[in-house]
Design a protein around this ligand. Structure first.
Ligand code: ATP
Ligand code: MG
Length: 236
């Protein structure tokens, strides 16, 4: 499963688990995209942070693993390169490439799209708010799978952190802690005075609660929109 994973969230994990169950997959390999790459108009977090969050999120599932092929290759990620590298590492394996229905909608414009379909069976997972007509896709090489509705996106998670809102239960606990530890996505909090709890004050008063547990002050930065252009084979 390819993705930016900035950060990885439960939508990704449910999608992977659902597809693994339906197709009887032995293993799901999460492949974070390489760097440098400007996704839409924002700076993507460092590859090592995205890689480590993906490792943390998948560590407890023996069928989930994380590959560094796109990160170590460097530069923009093209799915054909991902598939060629994974094929070289696993010559005997039957490859399935899991991606979002939004990305799949762009698939025909991908670099070496035809070869991609030769190397792997593509599985497009739907997310609430996306629909996909399969009429333009190669027959027999693509499957569409409906994922139990989880309207979670990485953009929303980043926007929440920037506004001081919680991301607990949207991402795995270890990822919440990693984001906090590394100070990721906090641009919106930079100018905010730190919460001070001193004797006699009510620790439950909004100003005294930790940032992630406080209601937002002001509108905060607008979260990234999930524009389809993110998914052209212009890197994922
Ligand atoms: P961003 O909001 O930054 O675009 P994202 O949530 O779409 O991030 P990606 O890393 O781009 O996350 O996701 C990789 C793939 O997983 C994409 O093709 C995307 O469509 C799919 N995906 C993401 N969230 C969900 C979800 N909640 N349910 C099903 N598929 C999802
Ligand atoms: Mg996206």
């Amino acid at each position: 499963m390819g993705g930016t994973f900035d950060p990885i969230h439960h939508g990704h994990l449910v999608a992977a688990s659902e597809v693994a169950g339906l197709f009887g997959l032995d293993e799901v390999i999460f492949v974070p995209t390489g760097q440098p790459w400007q996704k839409s108009d924002r700076q993507v977090s460092p590859a090592e942070d995205r890689y480590l969050m993906t490792v943390v999120a998948t560590a407890s599932n023996p069928r989930f693993s994380v590959s560094r092929v796109d990160i170590d290759r460097g530069g923009p990620t093209y799915t054909i390169d991902t598939l060629v590298d994974l094929r070289a590492q696993r010559p005997e394996a039957e490859l399935f490439f899991i991606t979002g229905a939004d990305a799949l909608a762009q698939i025909m414009t991908w670099r070496d799209g035809d070869r991609c379909f030769e190397l792997a069976h593509f599985i497009g997972v739907t997310r609430p708010g996306y629909t996909l007509a399969d009429s333009d896709l190669p027959a027999g090489r693509v499957s569409l799978v409906e994922i139990p509705a989880l309207a979670i996106s990485s953009s929303d998670c980043r926007g929440r952190v920037a506004r001081g809102m919680p991301v607990w239960y949207l991402v795995p606990d270890g990822v919440v802690q990693y984001i906090e530890k590394r100070g990721l996505y906090r641009e919106g909090l930079r100018h905010r005075a730190p919460a001070a709890v001193s004797g006699g004050e009510d620790p439950t008063a909004p100003a005294n609660r930790p940032a992630y547990d406080r209601p937002p002050v002001g509108p905060g930065p607008a979260p990234d929109t999930d524009s389809p252009s993110d998914y052209q084979e212009v890197p994922r």
